[in-house]
Design a protein around this ligand. Structure first.
Ligand SMILES: NC(=O)c1ccc[n+]([C@@H]2O[C@H](COP(=O)([O-])OP(=O)(O)OC[C@H]3O[C@@H](n4cnc5c(N)ncnc54)[C@H](OP(=O)(O)O)[C@@H]3O)[C@@H](O)[C@H]2O)c1
Length: 350
């Protein structure tokens, strides 16, 4: 099925830079470009970048009015002429990363609408029992985790065993990105030392954390270092999901050895970001080159996540809070997210 030239669908449109609020209205439904899928959106998950863009005009957005948003669950409606036959075909239920950021705000490519274009490389088919709401939690969190590994040069095929005693620090484990980084690090064989509020400890152990430490405790750094050393584990890298570089460096410096330790951080370092000799701090970002980025996305969604979902070896995390009101509720949801959430991802159904 392809959309007729006169087809329209509903979208939450940001009329101008930093407009601060969306207008829900109809817009023309696009036809997929050669490498794109047109997706009927069923669920949308909200991310911090959505309010950075809505309120502050963050990122290279060149196209206004625009449609923002990245995370969706939905069903493929039609496919472009060059979409490979092993990519999800029309009728397939999928999770997808809508690339409004990478297209600099081209409105056909933002998630906050009922029909969206997404490159086939950014899409993963869903197991039969996974709901669209759960599916929408995956794309941003999984690609950001893997872009972290890309930034610090962690090989894709890293596969330690418990006997290797290799540790990964994840700071901010209850966040959307952090809870996913815990799962991916565990799947690579790391012993994962995680910080979160005490109330999230058991949940994160269920996702694969070896030990969870309350980041509000004054001696949290000492506790992590002591625990890993008692386990005989060397923490060789860190994933800072929430912008706590200083604390991460304080842990990592206790494990300095032969090579350089690596820390990926989701929040852009500034001149004031602390430094530590022997520990390299890298901002989480995937490849800049478009061809390499497409390959990175294809690996993450079309290969790695596809297999992990088929085997039931990754679950959407953290927990879901569904907002009533469809596209009209995005502003309210982003205002909630801006105030801060704890161990939940906000999702809306369209
Ligand atoms: N570079 C990139 O490509 C990229 C991509 C996506 C996101 N990001 C950035 O990554 C960050 C996380 O995004 P998200 O969507 O995962 O956030 P989120 O789910 O909204 O994060 C909320 C969680 O952060 C935790 N938290 C807050 N302060 C903390 C601290 N000092 N120590 C430990 N945990 C803390 C809270 O944990 P408790 O509930 O335990 O208190 C809370 O559950 C944001 O700044 C976002 O902009 C960057």
């Amino acid at each position: 099925m392809s959309s007729s030239p006169s087809a329209q669908h509903l979208a939450a449109i940001l009329p101008s830079k930093a407009a601060g609020a969306f207008q829900v209205t109809h817009r023309p439904t696009p036809t997929p470009g050669p490498d794109d899928l047109l997706i009927q959106v069923k669920s949308i998950a909200l991310n911090p970048i959505d309010y950075y863009q809505r309120d502050y005009g963050f990122g290279p957005l060149d196209h206004y009015p625009t449609v923002l948003g990245s995370d969706i669950g939905g069903t493929v409606i039609s496919a472009g002429a060059s979409v490979p036959s092993d990519a999800p075909q029309p009728g397939t239920r999928v999770a997808a990363f809508a690339p409004c950021f990478f297209t600099k705000g081209l409105p056909d490519y933002g998630a906050f609408q009922t029909r969206v274009l997404v490159p086939a490389a950014n899409v993963v088919p869903l197991p039969p029992k996974m709901s669209f709401n759960k599916a929408a939690l995956l794309p941003m969190a999984v690609i950001t985790t893997w872009s972290g590994w890309y930034s610090i040069g962690l090989p894709r095929d890293t596969a330690y065993t418990a006997a290797d005693k290799k540790g990964m620090l994840v700071w901010g484990g209850a966040s959307s990105i952090g809870s996913t980084a815990v799962q991916v690090a565990k799947s690579m064989g790391f012993s994962v030392y995680v910080t979160a509020s005490e109330k999230h400890g058991e949940y994160l152990k269920g996702l694969g954390a070896s030990q969870v430490f309350d980041y509000k405790s004054e001696d949290v750094v000492e506790k992590i270092v002591k625990a890993a050393k008692a386990d005989g584990v060397t923490i060789q890298a860190g994933y800072d999901a929430v912008g706590q570089v200083k604390s991460c460096l304080d842990v990592l410096k206790e494990f300095k050895g032969e090579g350089t330790l690596k820390l990926a951080t989701t929040v852009p370092p500034t001149e004031d970001t602390p430094k530590e000799e022997g520990v390299e701090v890298k901002f989480v970002a995937g490849p800049e080159d478009e061809e390499e980025r497409t390959e990175h996305f294809h690996f993450v969604f079309g290969v790695w996540l596809k297999e992990k979902l088929e085997k039931g070896e990754i679950v959407p995390s953290p927990k879901i809070l569904v907002l009533e009101g469809g596209l009209e509720s995005i502003d309210k949801g982003l205002n909630e997210l801006k105030k801060g959430v704890s161990g939940v991802k906000l999702v809306l159904e369209v």
